[in-house]
Design a protein around this ligand. Structure first.
Ligand SMILES: NC(=O)c1ccc[n+]([C@@H]2O[C@H](COP(=O)([O-])OP(=O)(O)OC[C@H]3O[C@@H](n4cnc5c(N)ncnc54)[C@H](OP(=O)(O)O)[C@@H]3O)[C@@H](O)[C@H]2O)c1
Length: 437
């Protein structure tokens, strides 16, 4: 039998400790599958005394993950610390430069430094595997990188943040407010004490930026992503969406258009009958549309110790099965040097349907004025509905408009005009509608 694969794990939190446990519990199966043992020979975390729920006394302890990456007797460095700078970045870079394979679940690191790290990995002829960094346990990276060669991707979109999907699912199912759902999600451990990163779309944007690079062969450009979170979604939006045959999801969407590549993260209305609308709770999903394959949808657990460990262990097993001299798949599907500069399509040129909810003074002429602003901006309406229900007083009404395909620029101009006309009693709500099968 080949020599054992020696693994060093830096970070023994939710994911790291699960990886160590599963490697222990599944040792016999993994040895049979890989043709060699996989042994954890070195570990690092902040607190050497903390019980990790798994006996790691046979592994050498390192206080400093960078030292582990450089000096430990390992073949693979597994980074499960997190963060886009500091010990995570330094240790991954050190491991690659020392010619060690790296496995990481760190989307923030890859969104910021992925291309530079890929260049080092490819120069050194080692693997940089990161299946767990996008959509946790769903094998989307391998699918896009290895199973779709020759396909030209036209659009990739998905539900990439379990916290947001959990909140939106409960808001719809139970009729409760965003704030109440968020508190519950925090109590149950689905949301962080500071939830900004999840609910304002940053986490989704990091993951989307990696998928965009895989889809279009472009350099990662996380900073160019248009981003809106879910904190201003109300029960009124959710009810109106349901009445119109839609469900609201926080989607990350990357799409090739005539003016470049659109990358956007925002609350989105998808048809209730579409497959992606059936993805509930903390579950993630990624849809990939290509010229040859058509549409593929992968869905499954996007976070949690075991699900994420499953992806990390898949990556480690790939390294265990690889043989010296064997050409590895490039980190982002194309050799890092071949990744093209990202050409950004401006958000104002985005074309699609829009849902617009306006709370207006209940007086004559308002309806006509709204319709005129739409016509002036060449926006054709699929429907316009006036409602008098809910908590509104008799002095105000809700007007809900659904547009046919138009542009972001036209919608912004029309809504600006309506706001200037002085008919609104509250902030207008605009939610983009996404085509989905
Ligand atoms: N949790 C998930 O469901 C999930 C899903 C997909 C991807 N990920 C990614 O996986 C990575 C790890 O996430 P996690 O949830 O497991 O985080 P976590 O529970 O906070 O664990 C972080 C670990 O890193 C260690 N650490 C922090 N600073 C360190 C330093 N300077 N030197 C050595 N060790 C250090 C901590 O040590 P102590 O334990 O001693 O404090 C802890 O063991 C992140 O990149 C995250 O984005 C997580």
């Amino acid at each position: 039998m080949a020599e054992a694969l020696r693994v060093g794990i830096a970070g023994l939190g939710t994911v790291g400790a699960s990886v160590a446990r599963v490697l222990r519990d599944k040792a016999a199966e993994l040895t049979r599958q890989c043709g060699r043992d996989i042994v954890v020979t070195a570990v690092s975390a902040r607190d050497p005394k903390r019980d990790r729920g798994v006996d790691l006394s046979a592994a050498k302890w390192f206080d400093d993950p960078v030292k582990l990456a450089e000096k430990a007797d390992i073949d693979v460095f597994v980074e499960l610390i997190g963060g886009d700078e500091g010990p995570a970045r330094l240790s991954v870079k050190a491991a690659l430069e020392a010619g060690r394979h790296v496995v990481t679940a760190n989307k923030a690191l890859l969104a910021k430094h992925g291309v530079a790290l890929a260049e080092i990995a490819e120069k050194k002829g080692v693997l940089l595997n990161y299946e767990a960094a996008v959509a946790g346990g769903i094998p989307v990276i391998k699918t896009m990188r290895e199973a779709m060669a020759g396909n030209a991707v036209t659009r990739v979109f998905g539900i990439l943040n379990g916290t947001c999907n959990y909140i939106l699912t409960r808001m719809e199912a139970e009729g409760i407010s965003f704030d109440a759902c968020l508190k519950d999600a925090q109590r149950l451990g689905y949301a962080e004490a500071d939830p900004t990163f999840d609910i304002e779309g940053h986490d989704t944007a990091h993951k989307l930026s990696i998928l965009t690079s895989l889809a279009f062969g472009t350099k990662i450009a996380a900073g160019d992503i248009y981003m809106e979170g879910i904190s201003n979604i109300t029960q009124a939006d959710i009810r109106a969406a349901a009445d119109l045959g839609y469900r609201i999801k926080l989607l990350g969407v990357a799409q090739r258009t005539d003016s470049g590549i659109e990358q956007r993260v925002h609350p989105t209305m998808v048809p209730t009958a579409s497959v992606i609308a059936q993805v509930h709770g903390v579950t993630n999903a990624v849809a990939i549309e290509t010229d040859i394959l058509g549409e593929l949808l992968l869905s499954g657990p996007g976070a949690g110790g075991n699900a994420t460990a499953s992806a990390v262990i898949g990556d480690i097993a790939d390294i265990a099965k690889s043989r010296p001299g064997f050409q590895h798949a490039p980190v982002f599907g194309w050799p890092a040097k071949e990744l093209k500069p990202y050409r950004k399509a401006r958000m104002r040129s985005h074309a699609g349907g829009y849902f617009i909810r306006l709370t207006v003074h209940d007086r004559t002429g308002v309806f006509a004025a709204i319709a005129k602003r739409m016509a002036d901006n060449d926006i054709s309406l699929e429907s316009i509905v006036q409602q008098a229900a809910g908590a509104e007083t008799q002095a105000q009404k809700t007007v809900i408009l659904v547009t046919h395909e138009t542009t972001e620029a036209a919608v912004r101009k029309a809504v600006e005009g309506i706001t200037k006309d002085g008919h609104l009693t509250d902030k207008p709500q605009v939610i983009r509608i996404e085509r989905a099968e």
